[in-house]
Design a binder for this molecule. Structure first.
Ligand SMILES: Nc1ncnc2c1ncn2[C@@H]1O[C@H](COP(=O)(O)OP(=O)(O)OP(=O)(O)O)[C@@H](O)[C@H]1O
Length: 481
């Protein structure tokens, strides 16, 4: 009967459908409800109801003392009334929400999207009912060992939380074909409460990322930084470069940061671009990350070779780059070599980055070279933007990409020089003598064939012999393996 009631309610329109469904339920449940009330409260519901059907009562006359029929009709009426009230309440609530609630829509492309999510998750992490497991690694500050840590990331769709004595609700959805998050609270008047909330979110982010560099990865047209927050800043001294290189960049970037007014006065777009080029493993990326740490900037890394990157999404990402960030385009040659090599026809510059013509349309990157140049030059791009590009093959780059205005300073970062080898040796062997350092340098540079060595190779050697540094001389040949 219960199922029949529920099924029937689907076909009966309006409030009565729900009511009849409920009536079916009550009819089945009535004996049990009656038993429960009798045991719990020593109250006989049947006896109590029967008195209403006595011959001299209105109901008694109406149903001619037929208690069963009377009860049935009564139950159905209660169900219908309940359904009606429920429906009215829903209408009222929707109306109330519409007129007495405030909402803020945060598109996924907005840098606060992830911050708000992280902030809410942190507040709710202890009592979330539904979560997603994220297993990561963490370094123990005492032993230095990496251990796996399990984090339960609360799901925040249709999620409620309290802030300043008010209840808020978060709903992750798609609105106007954009992924977004809707934050709402009841009440009317000023929406300053949302601004307060965002100030709180910003503070939370600053505290969480203190002493860290946040790395954003450009993917699917948005910048993502994940839940983990930032990475510990890399000290500048840990990157061993040729004399004068670090000093040049420190001075140039500082000067740029101090010159906003100058750029405005001269009507020059306030942005600066740098290109670091040289063989692999020489410290280009490490240096950029250390510079970002030094200037308290975050790094937005973008791989131009990724699929589905279009002219529009690249341009939008340049515009949406989170504040206080530098943008890093790594291995820029991998996406766009010299345009003389490409197969563009009739002036159409759609390049098939990382894909051959035989790979099929889905493998093609729909980013064009002119799209990249437009994004770099974009008038709407963030003011004060610092752009770094790296490549192992500078000769492959189109001169248009690295002309002044797009790239203001180029720097070759080469394989290890004698001075760099010595400094690295001393860094990994703090207690070494001058004689040992000299011997190590000579062992590398006096080899008859003298192949070039990158700093990454050297680092690998020191890691291999970190427990037996005295054996490093006999193990030098492993450097070239
Ligand atoms: N000049 C350097 N000083 C200190 N460490 C270095 C240096 N160069 C490389 N390394 C070490 O080698 C590893 C690779 O360095 P990094 O990724 O910065 O090189 P890269 O030049 O960006 O390489 P690629 O061109 O292949 O991207 C890192 O772990 C880094 O610590």
């Amino acid at each position: 009967m219960l199922l029949a009631g529920a099924g029937l309610s689907q076909f009966i329109p309006g409030d009565f459908g729900g009511g009849i469904g409920l009536a079916g339920f009550l009819a089945v449940a009535f004996p049990y409800i009656q038993k429960f009330i009798l045991h719990a409260f020593d109250f006989n519901l049947t006896e109590y109801c029967t008195q209403f059907f006595a011959d001299n009562t209105f109901l008694g006359k109406l149903f001619e003392g037929n208690f069963a029929v009377g009860t049935g009709v009564g139950v159905v009426s209660i169900g219908a009334a309940f359904g009606f009230i429920q429906r009215m309440w829903t209408h009222f609530w929707q109306w109330y929400i519409r007129y007495f609630s405030m909402t803020v829509k945060i598109p996924i492309s907005d840098e606060s999207y992830q911050d708000v999510l992280n902030w809410v998750r942190e507040r709710q992490v202890k009592n979330a009912k539904h979560s997603t497991l994220e297993t990561g690694t963490k370094q123990c500050p005492i032993s230095g060992k990496y251990e796996s840590v399990h984090e339960l990331i609360p799901e925040v769709s249709n999620f409620k939380f309290w802030f300043r004595g008010r209840q808020f609700e978060i709903d992750q959805r798609v609105a106007d074909s954009t992924d977004c998050m809707l934050v709402s609270t009841t009440g009317h008047g000023s929406n300053a409460i949302f601004k307060d909330m965002l100030v709180e979110v910003k503070k939370y982010k600053e505290v969480k990322n203190e002493g860290k560099t946040v790395i954003y990865n450009g993917n699917s047209g948005y910048w993502h930084c994940g839940n983990g927050g930032g990475k510990r800043k890399r000290p500048l001294e840990s990157v061993i470069l040729e004399d004068g290189v670090a000093e040049f960049f420190l001075e140039d970037i500082q000067d740029f940061k101090d010159s906003a007014k100058w750029y405005t006065e001269f009507g020059i777009p306030y942005r600066r671009g740098y290109l670091l080029h040289g063989p692999p493993g020489t410290g280009k990326t490490s240096f950029i990350s250390a510079l970002a740490g030094h200037f308290d900037l975050n790094v937005c890394i973008l791989n131009l070779g990724q699929k589905n990157l279009t002219d529009e999404s690249l341009n939008q990402m340049f515009i949406d780059a989170p504040e206080n960030s530098m943008i890093l385009l790594e291995d820029v040659d991998a996406a766009f070599g010299n345009r003389a090599d490409d197969k563009s026809k009739d002036g159409v510059e759609k390049l098939l980055a990382g894909a051959s013509a035989d790979d099929g349309p889905e493998a093609r990157n729909t980013l064009s070279f002119s799209g990249l140049l437009n994004a770099i030059d974009g008038v709407a791009s963030a003011e004060g933007r610092i752009l770094f590009m790296t490549t192992n093959y500078v000769e492959k780059l189109d001169s248009a990409l690295i002309r002044p205005g797009r790239v203001d300073a180029k720097q070759y970062i080469g394989n290890a020089t004698e001075s760099q080898v010595e400094r690295m040796f001393r860094r990994f062997n703090a207690a070494c003598s001058d004689k040992d350092a000299e011997r190590f340098v000579r062992a590398i540079f006096d080899r008859p064939e003298r192949p070039d060595v990158s700093l990454a190779q050297l680092q690998g050697l020191f890691l291999r012999f970190k427990r037996k540094p005295a054996d490093i001389f006999s193990g030098l040949s492993t450097l070239y393996e």
